[in-house]
Design a protein around this ligand. Structure first.
Ligand code: B12
Length: 217
């Protein structure tokens, strides 16, 4: 691998925002292809961050700084990309559910999924089931992601699943849910899929993108 790409990936894992930005600029100055810098440097680093987080060797604040470092490189590269340069593996409408203002976990999941190549349409916090339905109609995502941190707001996940069913959209998407009070059992009850953290969320999304994956698997 290009030594410069290796350095970018290493600085990204270490959360060194300025170094990632400077070396990304250096790679561009040396004539490297923007798409290659993303795939062979930034995404390599971010995938490693995901693995280290999964293994308990990195924690939330460190992952957030690494994501910031990734964004600092992406800011330089995005204006140079042509349509179709980034291979999107899937599209996900993502929201913190009605009544709930917690979004740190959602942001983390969003960043990890973006790092893995997903396009995320983030509807924000305190999002009504009706707004999620409208976003699914408009953006036609593969996945719907919902986050809840309160036992009192978890029920809005069920309401949203029901609203998607009423609008004949349930069969067109796979629904991922998460947040501290959410469990595998609850997900199964409401017809969704659960994962416990941001890194596992990427694995779950990849599994759900497999068209052979049935609603009951
Ligand atoms: C930060 C925080 C806040 C901040 C939120 C800031 C923000 N922008 O998010 C503020 C101060 C606003 C807040 C407010 C309140 N909070 Co609060 N808050 C927390 C706290 C301390 C941390 C949550 C957090 O960010 N964790 C870190 C992230 C990274 O973890 P995470 O959210 O679990 O996300 C991970 C996974 O769950 C998963 N995940 C999350 N979402 C998704 C989605 C998908 C699709 C997938 C696959 C995975 C996934 O991946 C994430 C990354 O690994 C928790 C305590 C705790 N230890 O959890 C209480 C806590 C959640 N809050 C609580 C309460 C009660 C409240 C308030 C009601 C307090 C009050 N009386 O006003 C209000 C409610 C406001 C509202 N309407 O939402 C309680 C909830 C109790 C319960 N079981 O219902 C907790 C548990 C504290 C406690 N022990 O009592 N809170």
């Amino acid at each position: 691998m290009n030594i410069l790409y290796e350095q970018i990936a290493e600085f990204l894992i270490a959360g060194r925002v300025n170094q990632v930005r400077n070396l990304t600029q250096k790679a561009l100055d040396e004539g490297c292809d923007p798409k290659e810098i993303i795939n062979d440097a930034l995404l390599v680093g971010m995938n490693e961050v995901g693995d280290l987080f999964k293994d308990g060797e990195l924690f939330v604040p460190e992952v957030l700084v690494s994501a910031k470092a990734m964004n600092s490189g992406m800011e330089l590269l995005k204006p140079l990309l042509k349509d179709g340069d980034i291979d999107k593996v899937g599209k996900c409408v993502f929201a913190t559910v009605k009544g709930d203002l917690h979004d740190i976990g959602k942001k983390l999941v969003k960043m990890m999924m973006e790092g893995a190549g997903y396009e995320i349409i983030d509807l924000g916090v305190d999002v009504d089931p009706e707004n999620i339905v409208e976003a699914v109609k408009k953006h036609k995502p593969d996945l719907v992601g919902m986050s809840a941190m309160l036992t009192t707001t978890m029920v809005a996940m069920k309401d949203t699943v029901e609203a998607l069913k009423e609008n004949d959209l349930y069969e067109k998407v796979r629904i991922m849910i998460g947040g501290a009070p959410v469990t595998d059992k609850y997900a199964e009850e409401i017809g969704a899929y659960y994962s416990s953290d941001a890194s596992a969320a990427v694995d779950l999304a990849n599994k759900l993108m497999d068209k052979n994956c049935c609603k009951s698997c």
